[in-house]
Design a protein around this ligand. Structure first.
Ligand SMILES: *[C@@H]1O[C@H](CO)[C@@H](O)[C@H](O)[C@H]1NC(C)=O
Ligand SMILES: *[C@@H]1O[C@H](CO)[C@@H](O)[C@H](O)[C@H]1NC(C)=O
Ligand SMILES: *[C@@H]1O[C@H](CO)[C@@H](O)[C@H](O)[C@H]1NC(C)=O
Ligand SMILES: *[C@@H]1O[C@H](CO)[C@@H](O)[C@H](O)[C@H]1NC(C)=O
Ligand SMILES: *[C@@H]1O[C@H](CO)[C@@H](O)[C@H](O)[C@H]1NC(C)=O
Ligand SMILES: *[C@@H]1O[C@H](CO)[C@@H](O)[C@H](O)[C@H]1NC(C)=O
Ligand SMILES: *[C@@H]1O[C@H](CO)[C@@H](O)[C@H](O)[C@H]1NC(C)=O
Ligand SMILES: *[C@@H]1O[C@H](CO)[C@@H](O)[C@H](O)[C@H]1NC(C)=O
Ligand SMILES: *[C@@H]1O[C@H](CO)[C@@H](O)[C@H](O)[C@H]1NC(C)=O
Ligand SMILES: *[C@@H]1O[C@H](CO)[C@@H](O)[C@H](O)[C@H]1NC(C)=O
Ligand SMILES: *[C@@H]1O[C@H](CO)[C@@H](O)[C@H](O)[C@H]1NC(C)=O
Ligand SMILES: *[C@@H]1O[C@H](CO)[C@@H](O)[C@H](O)[C@H]1NC(C)=O
Length: 452
């Protein structure tokens, strides 16, 4: 068990009976809310110590304070008390979160039965003072960061995050969107080691659903991301760009099992220095498909992507009233070698390579383009060709349908040819009456398909 030695049933019952004998910590907190925060913070350790006297692992249990109340203090207090070597239980219901929040978890378990509802206070969150900027790439903002080691957060398929994204999506139909503009990532894992996120739902993320940065050995098992527009005024439009399921960055040994992503952008985006990545049983509903990239945005940084294994992936087109796009199956993209502008929005010129990628058992349902490699992100005419290299990419057992005949488009750079791209059992159907087109530009050692 990752979260440390299990409590004996005696420990568990004596601890919970303490809370039952009085009230739940949440109810207690409710009574104390007229008191100052500092008094609350003084009392909490006493409660925990009483419990702790009978138990090797403290447990903090809270429940929502109710509509009109702010739960941020009690959630942070519980994590502060039980987030190192303890268990924290957030009982069912909606927790009103009104400001940025970090959970520092060490040898800890959190049972998140309810949902953390981040207030849809757009101007508040867009003020950079009110979010974290721990994700280096594109200076993206975060309102909720989990960090630490040897922890598990289990949302039991009932809890997670309510991002209240609809007002954000409405707002950004008339305000320009740009990377790094402060729209917050819903769940950020930052400098997390040996963590587990289980059966977690993120409803209506305003921006990226997840990001993992500077982390190692993390397992996500069971993740729902759902960026579905419900405003009839925007039916049939993609008003949820940038609602990526996850971006992985500067992280090693990350597993994503059993994901279900409805989005208007990259379902998974594997960015620079993502190594030993596994994705299994991932359904992408709408959006751009699974991306490797964009890579090479920072001229002074090398982007390495190595040892990626993905299997049992489904890309499926959904009702166009909710989400009109289902662009790619899996695609690879790098910036070119000329620097145009600066990150977060511009850039280019970055070096590096993507190697040893296996994409197995992939089912496509009416995608526009099954697979592409492009190396011209941010490119202008006359730019230098990318020096970023894609090699050892293996496609195995693909089926389903494409809405165009552009079956495979490997448009690699003249300055860094793709190499060893293999296709085994690649059987995606193009529209009746069309001939599949397979483009292999600057691609060496393509096997299993005949380039046209
Ligand atoms: C959340 O808390 C704020 C007070 O900080 C309050 O104004 C707001 O009504 C609460 N929201 C909900 C949905 O309870
Ligand atoms: C952010 O905080 C700094 C330091 O407190 C302050 O000077 C600045 O005005 C704040 N910015 C905004 C937009 O509130
Ligand atoms: C990778 O992560 C898994 C899950 O945390 C862990 O069991 C395994 O030991 C890690 N592997 C390496 C090589 O660190
Ligand atoms: C996704 O969000 C839409 C709109 O809020 C909702 O109707 C639908 O039930 C959600 N799907 C899931 C699986 O939560
Ligand atoms: C695949 O993941 C979904 C959740 O997205 C889950 O309901 C389903 O049971 C998983 N399938 C398998 C074979 O594990
Ligand atoms: C690379 O460039 C970015 C800006 O483009 C800068 O913020 C960062 O500090 C630089 N990194 C290094 C290692 O020089
Ligand atoms: C990736 O790792 C390499 C080698 O450790 C390092 O030189 C490079 O700066 C890293 N790139 C990023 C984006 O952090
Ligand atoms: C390629 O990646 C797989 C994991 O997907 C790993 O088992 C294998 O050892 C890697 N191959 C090389 C040559 O590193
Ligand atoms: C992936 O799908 C294959 C074929 O249906 C199945 O044999 C395999 O167990 C699946 N893998 C996982 C990790 O679910
Ligand atoms: C190929 O993929 C399909 C769809 O995932 C799966 O049902 C089938 O079992 C796979 N074939 C093999 C040989 O694994
Ligand atoms: C192509 O990739 C496969 C699998 O990673 C590897 O075994 C093989 O040696 C590579 N071929 C070349 C020519 O690099
Ligand atoms: C390719 O897929 C089509 C449509 O599903 C199917 O009829 C055909 O048998 C498949 N071919 C192979 C070689 O698997």
């Amino acid at each position: 068990m990752l979260a440390g030695p299990p409590m004996s049933s005696h420990d568990r019952s004596s601890c919970s009976s303490f809370y039952k004998g009085g009230r739940t910590l949440g109810a207690l907190t409710q009574n104390l809310q007229m008191l100052s925060t500092s008094l609350l913070l003084i009392l909490l350790p006493v409660l925990i110590a009483l419990c702790d006297g009978q138990s090797p692992r403290p447990t903090c249990t809270i429940s929502p304070l109710g509509v009109g109340h702010d739960d941020t203090d009690q959630v942070l207090a519980a994590i502060a008390q039980c987030g190192h070597g303890g268990n924290t239980v957030l009982q069912d219901g909606v927790y009103n979160i009104t400001r940025k929040m970090t959970w520092d978890l060490v040898d800890a378990k959190v049972d998140l039965h309810g949902s953390l509802s981040f207030t849809p206070n757009i101007q508040f969150w867009l003020n950079a003072n009110n979010t974290y900027r721990v994700v280096f790439i594109q200076s993206q903002a975060s309102w909720f960061v989990i960090t630490g080691s040897d922890f598990e957060v289990d949302a039991h398929n009932t809890g997670g995050i309510q991002g209240n994204g609809q007002p954000w999506w409405n707002f950004f139909t008339t305000t320009p969107r740009a990377d790094g503009d402060g729209r917050p990532i819903s769940l950020t894992l930052f400098q997390a080691v040996r963590g587990v996120i289980r059966n977690f739902a993120i409803q209506a993320p305003p921006f990226w659903c997840n990001c993992i940065a500077e982390s190692q050995s993390v397992v996500y098992d069971g993740m729902l991301c759902n960026a579905s527009n419900t405003n009839p005024a925007f039916a049939g439009q993609n008003i949820v760009p940038n609602t990526d399921g996850i971006d992985t960055y500067r992280s090693d040994n990350i597993s994503m099992f059993n994901w279900d992503i409805t989005c208007g952008d990259d379902c998974l985006a594997i960015k620079g220095n993502s190594t030993n990545i596994v994705a299994q049983n991932v359904t992408c509903r709408g959006g751009n498909g699974i991306a490797f990239g964009s890579l090479g945005q920072y001229a002074n940084l090398t982007d390495i992507v190595e040892n990626v294994f993905m299997e049992n992936l489904t890309m499926t087109r959904i009702s166009s009233t909710v989400q009109p796009n289902m662009q790619n199956g899996v695609y690879f993209k790098s910036w070119d070698a000329t620097i145009n502008g600066a990150p977060p929005t511009g850039g280019g010129g970055g070096m590096g390579f993507t190697t040893n990628v296996t994409l197995r058992n992939v089912v496509l349902d009416r995608v526009n383009r099954p697979t592409t490699i492009t190396q011209t992100n941010g490119a202008k005419s006359g730019d230098l060709p990318s020096k970023y290299k894609f090699e050892n990419v293996h496609y195995e057992n693909w089926s389903g349908t494409s809405l165009t005949n552009e079956l495979i488009a490997l448009q690699c750079s003249s300055a860094a040819h793709c190499a060893n791209i293999t296709f085994t059992g690649f059987n995606v159907t193009v529209p009746a009456g069309t001939t599949p087109e397979i483009v292999c530009q600057n691609a060496d050692g393509v096997s299993g398909e005949t380039c046209s």
